[in-house]
Write a protein of this length. Structure first.
Length: 180
């Protein structure tokens, strides 16, 4: 049941060759408190975590994001990506447009539709990957209206995968009555 913070604390303590009591003494907490942090039963306070993170050579920004991520419910933790630099898994384009979304249903030409979709960086990554696939356009021939619905209904749940969007398109067509 360990958390990211717990793993980091454990790994640092082991690397230093310290017991939980010895490691806790460095930060004025008990060995059992370190045990609880390592196992993920509780997270350290932000103040305590910032002291630890400084010793872990983490920047303040990364340390705060790690701590905040640990406080989120599990299903939302993946929205904060800390690999390869710190970023929030949501495109900047979504912020720049103020939430304004492209209306793909207005584009009737299939080539223009596909080009507009592939240029739209605010689409979930899984949906973009699905719509990049030549086979999708050959077999499924998605419409702009369907892309809008996939983005608006299923995109809220996260990036998804190509396979999930394929299934979502099939389900969508069952409800709308359009055959593939």
């Amino acid at each position: 049941m360990s958390t990211l913070l717990g793993k980091m604390i454990y790994e640092k303590r082991i690397a230093l060759g310290l017991t939980q009591d010895q490691f806790g003494a460095k930060y004025d907490v008990s060995g059992p408190a370190i045990f609880k942090f390592e196992k993920g039963y509780v997270n350290p306070s932000l103040k305590l975590w910032m002291r630890m993170a400084a010793d872990f050579d983490l920047s303040e920004g990364v340390a705060v994001l790690l701590w905040a991520k640990a406080k989120l419910p599990t299903e939302y933790q993946e929205l904060i990506d800390l690999k390869g630099g710190v970023k929030v898994k949501e495109s900047e384009a979504a912020y720049r447009t103020g939430g304004k979304k492209n209306d793909f249903s207005r584009i009737m030409n299939r080539d223009k539709l596909r080009a507009a979709i592939l240029e739209d960086t605010s689409l979930p990554q899984g949906l973009r990957a699905f719509l990049k696939d030549e086979e999708v356009w050959t077999i499924y021939k998605p419409t702009g209206r369907e892309v809008n619905m996939l983005r608006d209904f299923y995109g809220r749940f996260g990036d998804g995968t190509k396979g999930k969007y394929r299934e979502a398109l099939r389900a969508l067509r069952e409800f709308t009555g359009r055959e593939s």
